[in-house]
Design a protein around this ligand. Sequence first.
Ligand code: NI
Length: 218
Amino acid sequence: TAEMRADLVRFFCFQVFHFAQICFLIDWMMGKCVHCCKGVGRDLTTRQKERKISMALRRIICIEDDLLRKKSRPVDKFDEKLHKLLDDMAETMYNANGVGLAAPQVAVLRRVVVMDCGDGLIEMVNPEIIETEGEQDGPEGCLSVPGRRGMVKRPMKVRARFQDRNGEWYEIEAEELLARCIMHETDHLDGQLYVDIMSRELFDEDDPQDEETEDSKA
Ligand code: NI
């Protein structure tokens, strides 16, 4: 009958409304949880969603490529193209399990680097080393020099200034791995590779199961 049909429709509408409510609640809770978790995955996906841009992996060029030996030019336009480059570089770095990546490694001769030494993504545009202090000697690898590692002396502490993706200037004080990483990446911008300054090459028999160094490619 008509009345039964109306009842059925009402029941159905109520169920749909209820379902939507639950979906909304779950979405809200997930959002809260995601916000609580520190991590770069979140930064990237949120940024990707917000900006509605698609990231892409770029090809990392290797030591034989002459582009790695060129000096990169400063960035003067803080536009969509730069943002896309930064997003792509971060995705490429994470995909390759690196802790750092410089633009010349993806064949772009601009002074742009991305890093993540475990404390989240750092984007640096036009980075400059202001001051260095102390010394550390340790193993280093590079995504553009696959399968090789070497011992490299670097400063223990580094003070650097850089611009963010919008052109705002910042200063950073870094130690240990991050200091090493900043030196390694800024070297890339001047066409220098770690193999030029390493004290000796490392081979598997030196420390066969060193995961730390396995992950420290930049
Ligand atoms: Ni490198």
